[in-house]
Ligand binder design. Structure first.
Ligand SMILES: [Zn+2]
Ligand SMILES: [Zn+2]
Ligand SMILES: [Zn+2]
Length: 328
């Protein structure tokens, strides 16, 4: 497999003929504490008597640490090898304790571990971006039965994040304000698309959703970097844990599957010389979590990729999400 860049949209795609790599069904869970075929542990949540969250090597990684990216031209095109890192974040030692069932303390440990791993991966000067994501449900491409999220460290910034970085920087150049702070201020003022606010975090339905029940979790305090917040403020982490748990319960009251992705700042420890986004990044970017529910019956709408089509407005979605029955 290799990475190729679309010269028009500037997005990188992973491509090649590698059908042997399609995931095989699991027989024994590799992430349970007593599993005979456990994968190598990279890091565990600190100060826990027994571990609460762990980062382990992905059994069939998309990106490999060894080798050089070897970015090179191919006529007008750009290509490189899939060098990077791919880790599984085991959210909980218990096989059936998903994030929406876990305690705020457990989710907090997971968030702390995620922050530490992102920071650690960014120490590699070649790494441009670290993605944290979770796919849950058979229609969402869930890979493992055990409660897990995944981390990839890549030598490029993924397309959606690049769009956000460009938009954030342009808005800042025009208004000297953060677009995410402005969105949050207007949403809190209007209150029609706010699902819930908890401490310094707000869950809301975006004005222009890509899929029905799309939900964002945004911190009220401006910060470009999730890992900075995640490591410096345990109180904030607990509030985020509670809001994340409650929001996932709301989403799950309406549909089983979802994609969750964290959008945080790219590697500003080692800023790219060609992409100028890092110059005002601490002021113009604002980390957040995006949850994209997967509704099997509405699957047709997602195939319409050129213009997103979401047959439930955020105003209606937010009403249903607010009223969804959750455990507390
Ligand atoms: Zn397990
Ligand atoms: Zn902001
Ligand atoms: Zn985003």
């Amino acid at each position: 497999m290799e990475l190729r860049k679309d010269p028009i949209t500037r997005s990188w795609v992973m491509t090649g003929d590698d059908l042997a790599d399609l995931p095989r069904p699991e027989t024994v869970c590799r992430f349970c504490p007593d599993s005979p075929n456990r994968t190598q542990v990279i890091a565990a949540a600190p100060n826990a008597v027994s571990w609460s969250a762990q980062s382990v090597v992905h059994p069939t990684p998309l990106y490999h640490i060894e080798g050089e990216p070897g970015r090179r031209g191919d006529g007008i095109y750009d290509r490189m090898s899939s060098v990077g890192a791919h880790e599984v974040l085991v959210e909980n030692p218990r096989h059936d304790r998903q994030l929406w069932h876990a305690s705020d303390e457990e989710i907090g440990q997971f968030l702390r571990l995620a922050s530490e791993r992102i920071l650690d991966l960014k120490r590699d000067p070649r790494v441009k971006y670290v993605s944290l994501f979770k796919d849950h449900g058979p229609n969402a491409g869930q890979e493992f039965a055990h409660p897990t999220s995944q981390l990839t460290a890549t030598m490029f910034v993924p397309r959606r994040v690049l769009y956000e970085l460009r938009a954030g920087r342009e808005y800042y150049q025009a208004k000297e304000r953060c677009v995410f702070c402005d969105i949050l201020a207007q949403e809190e003022r209007q209150a029609t698309r706010v699902i819930e606010a908890h401490g310094d975090y707000v869950a809301l339905g975006p004005y222009a959703p890509r899929v029905p029940y799309e939900t964002w979790i945004i911190p009220r305090n401006h910060d470009a970097s999730f890992e900075r917040t995640g490591l410096s403020k345990p109180g904030l982490r607990t509030n985020l844990a509670a809001l994340l748990r409650r929001t996932l319960q709301r989403v799950r009251a309406l549909t089983e599957g979802f994609h969750l992705v964290l959008h945080t700042s790219p590697n500003s420890l080692h800023p790219s010389k060609t992409l100028g986004y890092w110059k005002t990044i601490d002021d113009d970017y604002h980390w957040h979590i995006e949850i994209m529910p997967v509704i099997a019956a509405k699957a047709r709408s997602y195939t319409f990729k050129e213009v997103y089509y979401s047959p439930v407005s955020s105003e209606t979605a937010v009403k249903q999400l607010r009223e969804a029955r959750i455990d507390g």
